[in-house]
Design a protein around this ligand. Sequence first.
Ligand SMILES: *Cc1c(COP(=O)(O)O)cnc(C)c1O
Length: 388
Amino acid sequence: MEKKHFETNAIRAQLERSENNEHSVPVYLTSSFVFDTAEDMRAAFNEETDAHIYSRYTNPNNSEFVNKVCLLEGAEAGVAMASGMAAIYTTFMALLKSGDHVVSCSSVFGATHALFTKYFPKLNISHSYFNIKNPNDIEKLIKPETRFIYLETPTNPAIELIDLEFVAAVAKKHKVLLIVDNCFASPYLQQPIKWGADLVVHSATKYMDGQGRVLGGVVVGKADLIKEIYLYGRLTGPSLSPFNAWVLSKSLETLALRMERHCENALYVAEALEKNAALENVSYPFLKSHPHHHIAKKQMKLGGGIITITVKGGYEAAKKFLDKLQMIKISPNLGDARSIATHPASSTHCKLSEEERLSVGITPGLIRISIGLENKEDILNDIQQALK
Ligand SMILES: *Cc1c(COP(=O)(O)O)cnc(C)c1O
């Protein structure tokens, strides 16, 4: 497809219609595909054609979703997986070998953190963490065995940012890869490949679906790396189901619209809450008070859909606040049309030590709010009444 704008690609980069002339792409619920000749099948297995073989490998719905994400992220190639963690784990396993080393920001998603600290040592893969606040530390942590730098920006849940162009230059200088988990921003707000990232991973469960229905994951980037990840994935089977791929591909049609509204609502709520005396802090990348506001303005189109607030009175006050919310639900998810509140210290990050939590900005009073698509006054009113 010729180069078109983000919104157009998200809607129009769909499969060719079949002989039935359907307007909306059907779901291809088929585990395998047939070949006209034995030679066709041989060629497909030997990667001489890109014919679909078996849905653990590829499937039309899967390919449509991946193709769209590649266009939206400006990537050469991609692979879809059953969840964000499947995409992350498969990427790691395809690229790493015993003896390798990884440099990662310490404030990574909880499950990714557990891979580095609990499971990778068993495989003789080591890691060094840098604090996202100190980008100059990255270079000092790189060793001859370092395979890649891994990071999230904005981080979960503390909403801290790092300059992608700066980290990409460090990676390039030391000939290591840069892998970015772009889940919080979505490709609509930030395209790490444009700044020099080699691979971008997503939990499609969040903003890509955007309606809290399906799990999904995707990794996109340099074609040679994607090939390795694809081959590992097709052997080990963390494949995205055709139905979920269909849902996600449909969801991408509205990603731009939804992100615009998530961001408008989040900025409105964050600005209003900055004046609330019951709060110690309000953090949102597009607030002028945010310490990384300049980075946000440089690499993000808008500030995103997540804000954090810090209530005065620690865990007890945080619990009281959550229990008093009427419309906003307590749940670990984010990126949904419905606003969601989470207390990271007691839930998503409960496995970290108190010291580890504090070092990545997770205080007992910190609450993450994924601002949904409800009316912004209703969202704000619910938060304000719960703070009273
Ligand atoms: C949710 C999330 C993941 C994991 O995705 P799943 O789809 O739940 O497996 C990874 N990274 C970030 C930043 C996330 O928010």
